[in-house]
Write a protein that binds this ligand. Structure first.
Ligand code: ATP
Length: 250
């Protein structure tokens, strides 16, 4: 397993948002996480990436515990995430947004700015070339010099994924990549996910759009009221009576 979690719980006041949840994401898979509104999916993502500290439970990446690590260290270990509402820096250009995501930039160190100018310039050129290549691959190449704030909702989601790719991740956690995105762009995002997965990146995806889940995912986990309801291959989950009941109500 590339990512596994067990016994995860988180309450907000009296609300048990996630209650003793577990999950496994096999290396090389596209894994789905679904559930009705308020099931605790985003909270579970926040716990996996430690944006919120769990009350209880453990998370392992590549067999190593990560639940004590701050989010930036989890990202450096190869697990990055996107948000339900894409978080871009609106008043920076699309290219600048991408460049900010490059880890380990020598120019971030004050002393090295003075003594390693050539190395910094070379690294910046490499990062720029890599960013432009990724932007081209996600159809945002022509927007590189536009403000990120001028992008559509769907394009911002692509930019967020592009920024994640700059870190050369093993695992990307995608929170509703298709929400608020037009059908043409949804198809493009899905194609990209399949291609990046072929190149070796593992995905865990929260999504309400069942067509996207059913067409992309190798395995699907279902949460309801903060706890595990079912997991299995998409065609099984689609027919699972408990899952249907959770979505449709009693
Ligand atoms: P959706 O599909 O609608 O995005 P979800 O499955 O992602 O829902 P969560 O957003 O994780 O569900 O929310 C689970 C429960 O926890 C909900 O009842 C929600 O109101 C509550 N909740 C989530 N975050 C907080 C918070 N920061 N403070 C208080 N309650 C919260």
């Amino acid at each position: 397993m590339l990512l596994s979690a067990k016994g995860l719980s988180k309450s907000f006041g009296g609300i048990r948002a996630v209650n003793n949840a577990y999950l496994e994401v096999p290396r090389g898979s596209i894994t789905g996480l679904i559930g009705p509104n308020g099931a605790g999916k985003t909270t579970l993502f926040n716990l996996l990436s430690n944006f919120i500290r769990p009350d209880k439970g453990e998370v392992f990446l590549d067999g190593q515990p990560i639940h004590q690590l701050p989010p930036y260290q989890i990202a450096l270990k190869g697990c990055v995430r996107t948000f339900q509402v894409a978080r871009v820096l609106s008043r920076l250009t699309v290219l600048e947004n991408m460049l900010l995501a490059s880890p380990g930039q020598t120019g971030e160190n004050f002393l090295k700015v003075w003594f390693q100018g050539a190395k910094i310039r070379q690294q910046e050129q490499e990062n720029r070339a890599k960013a432009l290549q990724i932007l081209d691959s996600i159809g945002l190449g022509e927007k590189a010099q536009d403000y990120a704030g001028a992008l559509s909702g769907g394009q911002r989601k692509l930019l967020e994924i592009g920024r994640a790719l700059m870190t050369e991740p093993k695992l990307i956690l995608l929170d509703e990549p298709a929400a608020g995105v037009n059908p043409t762009l949804i198809a493009q995002i899905s194609d990209h996910i399949i291609e990046w997965n072929r190149q070796g990146i593992t995905f865990l995806i929260i999504e309400h759009n069942m067509d996207v889940i059913m067409s992309l995912c190798h395995h699907v986990w279902v949460l309801a009221e903060g706890t595990n309801l079912a997991d299995g291959i998409p065609s099984e989950i689609q027919k699972n009576e408990r899952v249907l009941k959770a979505y449709l109500g009693d």
